[in-house]
Design a protein around this ligand. Structure first.
Ligand code: AMP
Ligand code: ZN
Length: 459
C-alpha cells in the first residue's frame, strides 16, 4: 500500500511500526455543526482506515473532540470557540459540547463512517497536557509571558519540516496575531492564563497559574497517551499543515526526543464552485442536513460524490454536482439490482485490480472505474454481485441494499446457523445466540437484531 506523505512530499510504501496500525485523526471543535468541507476530510480518513483493513491491517484509530482551547483566529488570540458558542446559544460550554458531539456522531453514522476505536476529549486529558508542558519546560523549550506559556520555536532547526516553507514565510503567516511579547511569530501557546478578574467556564489550576491548554497540545498528549509507540499515521485537512500539525510535531518530538508519526496524510479542501473555501465563519455554511437530508437525498450521495475526486485534489461543491451524484448513485444501484440476488464467488482477478487502484494512495476515481468495468464484463451476475459487495467494504455505499440477500440465496450452512440462532434467541439462550453470531461473523455475515427480528447481511 502506498500513501503520499506530506513529510517527504513523496508517495511512499506503507510500513507500520507494530502489528496494529496507529491512526490519529484530528477531530472536530464542537461549537457548531460540521460542514460538508469538514465531512469531506472525515470521509477521506474513513476511506484510509477501510483501505488499511482491506489490506489486512488491524487499526487502532483515535479521534479527539476539541472542547476547549481552540481560539477564534486559529492562533493564540481571540475568544475560545467553545465559550463563544455557549454565549451565542445561551447555554454552558459543556452543553454545547455535548450537543454538537452528538450531532457530529449522527453525521458520521449517516455517511457510513466507521467510528474510531477511541474517542477522547481535550477536557478529559488536562493532567496529560500539563505533564507534557512540564517535560518541555525541563528541557528548556518554554518561556512565559503575561498571557501564558509559549513554545520557543527558535530552539528547533527543523520547525518547518512538515510545511517545507521558508521560516520567514511561516513567520509572516503567523504575524496576524501580533502578540508583541512573543519572541517569534511562530511561537505558540502551551498554556494560556485566564484573564484577571474574568471567570472562564473552563479553566484549571496548573503549576504556572489558572488557565487552559493551547489547542495544539491536546493532539500531542492524546496521541502519545492512546497510541504509545505506534505512531503510524496522522491525518487532517491541508489547513492543518503549516500551524497545527507543525506545532504538534515540534512539541511532541522536543518532549520525547523521538519521531512523532511516520506518515502525515492530508486531505484537500471542499470549495464552493468558483474556488472559495467552505468555512464555519463564512455564509456558505452547508451541512449534511441542509444540503442533502432536507432535500430528500441520502447522505451517501455526498459520500459517492467525494469518492469521485482523489482526496488530494480540491473538490467543488455545487447543487448540480450533488444532483449528478444522486443520479450516478441511483444508476449504479439499479445496475446492481438487476444482477439478482444470488451470491457467487468473489473474483480474485477483479479484486486484485480494485485493490491495486485503492492501495495506490487511495485512488478512488480509478477504483470506481474498475467497478464500472466489472459491471460491463462477462463475469456471471452472481460473481459480479459477490465481488461488488467485497469492494463495498472500502466504498461504504451500502450497496448490499441494492441487491437483496434473502433467506433463499443464503448458503445452506449459513442459513442453518442463522435459524439456530433465531431459536436460541427465542429461548432466551443468550450465550448460545452470541456464539452463533460470532460464528456467522467469521463466515463474513453481520446480524442486525431489532426487537424479536433478526436480519442478516454481508460484512
Ligand atoms: P475544525 O472542526 O475546524 O477543527 O475542522 C475539522 C476538520 O475539517 C479539520 O481536519 C480541517 O482541516 C477540515 N476542514 C476544514 N475546512 C475544510 C474544507 N473546506 N474542506 C475540507 N476539510 C476542511
Ligand atoms: Zn489535531
Amino acid at each position: 500500500m502506498k500513501l503520499f506523505n506530506t513529510l517527504t512530499l513523496t508517495k511512499e510504501d506503507f510500513n507500520p511500526i507494530g502489528s496494529e496500525v496507529g491512526l490519529y485523526t484530528c477531530g472536530p471543535t464542537v461549537y457548531n455543526y460540521a460542514h460538508l468541507g469538514n465531512l469531506r476530510t472525515y470521509l477521506f480518513e474513513d476511506l484510509l482506515k477501510r483501505v488499511l483493513t482491506y489490506n489486512g491491517y488491524k487499526t487502532k484509530h483515535v479521534m479527539n473532540i476539541t472542547d476547549v482551547g481552540h481560539l477564534t483566529d486559529d492562533g493564540d488570540d481571540g475568544e475560545d470557540k467553545m465559550e463563544k458558542g455557549a454565549t451565542r446559544e445561551g447555554k454552558s460550554a459543556l452543553e454545547i459540547a455535548e450537543f454538537y458531539t452528538g450531532a457530529f456522531k449522527q453525521d458520521l453514522q449517516a455517511l457510513n463512517i466507521i467510528e474510531p476505536t477511541i474517542w477522547c476529549k481535550a477536557t478529559d486529558n488536562i493532567p496529560e497536557q500539563i505533564a507534557l508542558i512540564k517535560e518541555l519546560e525541563a528541557k528548556g523549550f518554554v518561556y512565559q509571558i503575561s498571557d501564558g506559556l509559549y513554545f520557543d520555536t527558535a530552539k528547533l532547526t527543523d520547525y518547518n519540516k512538515l510545511s517545507h516553507l521558508p521560516l520567514n514565510d511561516l513567520k509572516e503567516g503567523a504575524r496576524v496575531e501580533a502578540n508583541v511579547e512573543k519572541k517569534s511569530p511562530t511561537d505558540f501557546a502551551l498554556w494560556k492564563f485566564s484573564t484577571e478578574g474574568v471567570k472562564r467556564q473552563m479553566e484549571w489550576p496548573s503549576p504556572w497559574g489558572v488557565g487552559f491548554p493551547g489547542w495544539h497540545l491536546e493532539c500531542s498528549a492524546m496521541s502519545l497517551k492512546f497510541l504509545g509507540d505506534n505512531l503510524d499515521i496522522h491525518c487532517g485537512g491541508i489547513d492543518h499543515i503549516n500551524v497545527h500539525h507543525s506545532n504538534e510535531i515540534a512539541q511532541s518530538e522536543s518532549a520525547t526526543g523521538k519521531k512523532f508519526f511516520n506518515y502525515w496524510v492530508h486531505g484537500a479542501f471542499l470549495n464552493i464552485a468558483g474556488g472559495k473555501k467552505m468555512a464555519k465563519s463564512a455564509d456558505n455554511f452547508l451541512t449534511l442536513d441542509n444540503a442533502l437530508i432536507k432535500k430528500d437525498l441520502s447522505p451517501l450521495v455526498y459520500r459517492f460524490a467525494a469518492l469521485q475526486t482523489h482526496y488530494r485534489k480540491p473538490m467543488e461543491y455545487s447543487e448540480a454536482i450533488i444532483a449528478n451524484s444522486a443520479t450516478g448513485l441511483a444508476s449504479l444501484k439499479s445496475q446492481i439490482a438487476v444482477l439478482g440476488s444470488e451470491l457467487g464467488q468473489i473474483s480474485v482477478d477483479w479484486q486484485a485490480k480494485f485493490k491495486a487502484a485503492i492501495s495506490d494512495d487511495l485512488n478512488t476515481p480509478e477504483a470506481l472505474a474498475v467497478l464500472y468495468d466489472l459491471l460491463k464484463s462477462n463475469l456471471s451476475s452472481a460473481d459480479k454481485l459477490a465481488t461488488i459487495l467485497d469492494f463495498d467494504q472500502v466504498l461504504g455505499l451500502s450497496l448490499e441494499k441494492a441487491g437483496n440477500i434473502t433467506e433463499e440465496n443464503l448458503p445452506a450452512d449459513v442459513l442453518n446457523i442463522f435459524n439456530n440462532r433465531l431459536q436460541a434467541r427465542a429461548g432466551k439462550n443468550w450465550s448460545e445466540s452470541d456464539r452463533l453470531r460470532d460464528e456467522l461473523e467469521k463466515l463474513g455475515y453481520i446480524i442486525e437484531d431489532s426487537g424479536k427480528d433478526s436480519a442478516i447481511r454481508l460484512k
